[in-house]
Design a protein around this ligand. Structure first.
Ligand code: MN
Length: 244
């Protein structure tokens, strides 16, 4: 199996080093990741300037690694061009969860999405960060189990995986869409000028069976996602009520 690994935290993140190490038990791994952090860039692509890549062996012993002056989606486009035989793209392990509505902003997930758009299987992997950095050694058995599970079949799929700090098992989940936690908080800079932070607020506990619920209850959450965003129910309704 040929595996391409990227992330949105940048190539120097400990999360991508951990993922590369674990994934190399399953096949030949190449790392191609942004040279600086690109979190919350979503599915942005660079079209107004060229992309370039440089070798980056730091933290990737024996694994070919490249850093790119672009977004996570750029890395996957470029990586799958240079490594045309890629079987699967893994993105992460992101330092921070990508649950519920935060999937819309996530650069981690966008990289996996870009893979599927290009006809390659895509898996995004994330874990929350508390006061201390994630313990990737402790998570490793669950990362390995999750990858083994997702590699069992060859379907072209898009998966969003989130690891709690101390997993007790794995659950298949659906995306939680009930609440949105993004909000603007005003502040004042040292010069007395007003500025604004886009931040997240704590949410109520999530509904059972969702990705947020699973991680809140110490389960690894695996959500299969689709690219077709069409609201089938609404489409039927508008066709009926507003024939054109
Ligand atoms: Mn990130």
């Amino acid at each position: 199996m040929t595996i391409l690994i990227t992330n949105d935290d940048g190539i120097y993140s400990p999360g991508i080093a951990a993922l590369a190490r674990i994934a190399s038990r399953f096949g030949k791994v190449t790392v191609i990741a942004p040279d600086v952090e690109q979190s919350s860039m979503g599915h942005a692509v660079t079209h107004s300037r060229p992309l370039s890549l440089k070798r980056s062996p730091i933290a990737f012993e024996g694994i070919e690694a490249w850093r790119v002056n672009g977004t996570p989606a750029d890395c996957v486009a470029l990586g799958s061009h240079l490594y045309a035989k890629t079987d699967v793209v893994l993105s992460g392990i992101n330092m921070g969860p990508n649950l519920g509505n935060s999937m819309w902003h996530s650069g981690t997930l966008a990289a996996a999405k870009q893979a599927v758009l290009l006809g390659i299987r895509g898996i995004a992997l994330s874990t929350p960060v508390g006061k201390t950095e994630p313990d990737f050694e402790a998570l490793a058995p669950y990362v390995e189990r999750t990858l083994a599970l997702l590699f069992e079949d060859n379907d072209l799929g898009l998966y969003n995986v989130n690891f709690p700090p101390q997993p007790k098992d794995i659950k298949w989940t659906r995306q939680s869409v009930r609440l949105y936690d993004g909000k603007i908080v005003p502040g004042v800079d040292p010069m007395g000028r007003k500025h604004y932070w886009f931040t997240v607020t704590p949410l109520e506990p999530a509904e059972e069976g969702t990705d947020r619920w699973a991680v809140e209850n110490d389960y690894v959450s695996i959500t299969p996602l689709r690219l077709d965003l069409t609201d089938e129910q609404m489409l039927r309704k508008v066709k009926l009520e507003h024939p054109v």
